[in-house]
Write a protein that binds this ligand. Sequence first.
Ligand code: TXA
Ligand code: MG
Length: 327
Amino acid sequence: MSPDTNANFELACERLSADDVVAVPTETVYGLAASIHSERAIRKIFQLKKRPFFDPLIVHVNSFAQARALTSDWPALADFLARTFWPGPLTLVLPKRDDVNPLITSGLPTVAIRHPRHELTDQLIEKVGPLAAPSANRFGHTSPSRAEHVRAEFPDESLLILDGGPCEVGLESTVLSFDLAPIGGIDVIRILRPGGVTEDDLETALKKFSRAARIERGSNEIQAPGQLKHHYMPDIPLVLVDELANLNSRDLLSLIEKNTNSVMKSPVELVLDADPAIAARELYAKMRALADSGADVILVRNSKLRQGGFWDAINDRLSRAATVDLT
Ligand code: TXA
Ligand code: MG
């Protein structure tokens, strides 16, 4: 650790132990963290983000013992997936123990848990215990994949940001819940939010699991806000356009104006890298840079070739970040 990072790390431990919040790096996006034992700090997360209390938080752990201490049931399937993908971008929704603060889980009987893959945050959890943390952005806004993005989200706050460099994955974790079948039946894994651990990754891993499990997309329950239609939105409209659209045509701009009810003069195109891992890593930084560039609308071509694997998560975020989908 550099002397600066070391000093901030010590300060982060102090603040988290003193009922305050700290922005922390993970491999996915930066989180706004509170000790799971501090109700005051947990409330501050919702207040700073202007996040409604009905949107539950993910608890970040650094061991199986911590994860199991939060849950009233630790099924073999969850254990297998955690052993395969932790530390990493996979969040497991499991039945919670009574003593997990309902503010974290929005009163739900379940708790979302993951072990993030970032050395600094791992050490922080080692010192202060599990951390409840949503992404460190204002509610509904683009998530931060660099420390400076967090500062841009909360400019007036004396918020401590532990700078761990640019996030390696760049998109939020995959969130899974389970419908467990009785003996002899088939367990169902539900992908509530696609992310860095893809459906293919899960399929491949499950071949080594002793019981049959089926993967389904989406929830059969009330949708949580992370799964709402409009989320992750930049400061200017983002519009998905067809692969072949002529981005400079007056017709296209008129169509966008009609759909967004505003005058558009200077469109700018967000070009994604052909490699989905790089496209994901760069996505939020590009969205932010273009929103600050003086342009008044961001256009993204929706390539039909870019589907499956990690593209599912990228397309999910783009469609929720979009004001209009013209494809
Ligand atoms: O990669 C990530 O997951 C990042 C980093 C900081 O770990 N965190 C993150 O948190 O994206 P947040 O709060 O922005 O999104 C958490 C998602 C939300 O969609 C929330 O509704 C869902 O997880 N969630 C949390 N607890 C849940 C539960 N008990 N049941 C269903 N969904 C849950
Ligand atoms: Mg979020």
